[in-house]
Write a protein that binds this ligand. Structure first.
Ligand code: ZN
Ligand code: ZN
Length: 452
């Protein structure tokens, strides 16, 4: 590798994904300009065999850069509080040692995760205000809110002397996301005047036609489905989707059911949501230890474990050893989530455990075939992507946050939307945005490290 330029000059603006491009999960990206680096997200990945082994990206490249110049990593900036964007901070911070900037909600989740680590008190954490510009070395960063399946998700506008990029993070075009503001077209339309040289963008649903459905659209299907059940109802969903919990607790109240939450990650999220004012005061919850004593038809539980995670509340209920509740025939378990591919088999096993207990199971993917909506994705479909690109009119697009098939589909969509340069690649490829568009394949060392 002799003579290879590994540090960007003041004429350069580079994008280097170390995780999350060519795979789902483990998002970790670097932007390089004028001898400095900016890290965007620092997430965790899950093994593709059974979804239960956790991985972080190999940070060797940035580690070597830091050894060469201790101050070259200016900051770690976070788009939102999902595990695949923040889950590696605890393990990697002692190597990176850079200040972390994020919204209040994401900082609260990070503080919670750091609380058991020996360096918790040493990590400089900064709560940002959205729409305000932060000067981080040679980079100016502005957090721009977008709807997603967790509060306070943001795109990042990253400005430098030579060019500007919009890093979308995870997002969806939702006019009524239940919590937080809807998609704010005007704030993004204003970016055309910069202009935006490149967009680095979410590919999760790039294979899906049309528009992604609104989070508010799940209310009717969930209400109808829950109302039709005779016994206890357990609903399992992703533990960070506060909007979904709010919808579910509203439904419980409407149907005169007592609602409790099962599972530590869910309890943590609800307590953060309450602290930050995302939880409507009138939506009361009952003590989860009491639900076993209440009349069956009045019980509704929201539980962690829609992906059949080991030790999750839903898994304990399926195996019949949850300390607070034993499900019986006439009780129903509703999955208000999709089956993420690595977990399909374990979810199906979990469902068969419920069926052995005589418990009725309704999965969102099956309900969908009957025209009943029990889940909404947090990512944009093809038409949403096209609409967003017509609004911002970037010169270049780099698809990220997806496996090869998603990136390929996203490339075609972007070309269809009239974007002149679309560079699709994978982790370790160097994407030069300035002084000219170019991709250097397998430029930086990459890999993944299991953390148990
Ligand atoms: Zn993500
Ligand atoms: Zn996300």
């Amino acid at each position: 590798m002799r003579n290879k330029q590994t540090t960007p000059t003041r004429h350069d603006l580079w994008f280097l994904p170390l995780g999350g491009t060519g795979e789902i999960g483990m998002n970790m990206n670097l932007y390089g300009h004028a001898g400095e680096w900016l890290m965007v997200d620092c997430g965790i990945g899950f093994d593709d065999k059974n979804g239960r082994n956790r991985y972080i990206a190999d940070a060797r490249f940035i580690q070597q850069q830091i050894e060469h110049n201790a101050h070259c990593l200016q900051a770690i900036v976070i788009t939102h509080a999902h595990e695949d964007h923040i889950g590696a901070i605890v393990e990697l911070w002692p190597t990176l040692r850079a200040p972390i900037f994020a919204t209040r909600f994401a900082i609260e989740v990070i503080v919670n995760k750091l609380s058991n680590s020996p360096w918790a008190a040493h990590v400089p954490l900064h709560i940002i205000n959205v729409h305000q510009r932060y000067e981080l070395g040679q980079f100016s960063v502005t957090w721009l809110p977008l709807p997603h399946s967790i509060p306070e998700a943001c795109a990042l506008l990253i400005e430098t002397d030579v060019g500007n990029v919009l890093h979308t993070g995870d997002w969806k075009k939702d006019d009524n996301p239940v919590l937080g503001a809807g998609f704010d077209a005007a704030s993004f339309a204003a970016l055309t005047s910069l202009p935006v040289d490149a967009m680095i963008a979410d590919s999760t649903n790039a294979t899906k036609l049309g528009h992604s459905r609104s989070e508010s659209s799940v209310y009717t299907g969930l209400l109808k489905t829950i109302k039709a059940q005779k016994g206890r109802v357990v609903v399992t969903c992703f533990s960070s989707n506060i909007a979904r919990f709010v919808t579910l607790v509203k439904i419980a109240h409407k149907l005169n059911k007592h609602c409790a939450v099962f599972g530590r990650s869910l309890e943590n999220m609800v307590s953060i949501a309450k602290r930050l004012g995302y939880w409507p005061d009138n939506l009361t919850l009952v003590d989860p230890k009491h639900v076993g004593y209440l009349p069956k038809e009045e019980v509704m539980v929201i539980a962690t474990g829609s992906q059949a995670e080991l030790r999750s509340a839903t898994q304990k209920l399926a195996l019949g050893y949850h300390p607070w509740l034993f499900l019986e025939p006439e009780d129903t378990v509703i999955y208000s989530a999709i089956k993420i591919p690595p977990n399909t088999q374990t979810i199906d096993q979990q469902i068969s455990h419920f069926e052995t207990l005589g418990v009725k199971v309704i999965h969102a993917e099956d309900a969908e075939k009957e025209g009943v909506v029990l889940h909404a994705s947090g990512h944009p479909n093809q038409q949403d992507l096209i609409d967003f690109y017509s609004l911002i009119k970037p010169d270049m697009l780099i698809p990220t946050h997806g496996e090869a098939e998603h990136l390929k589909a996203h490339q075609l969509v972007a070309e269809q939307a009239g974007i002149r340069t679309v560079l699709a690649g994978e982790n370790g490829d160097l994407f030069k945005i300035k002084p000219f568009a170019k991709k250097l394949d397998q430029w930086a060392p990459i890999g993944k490290i299991q953390i148990g």
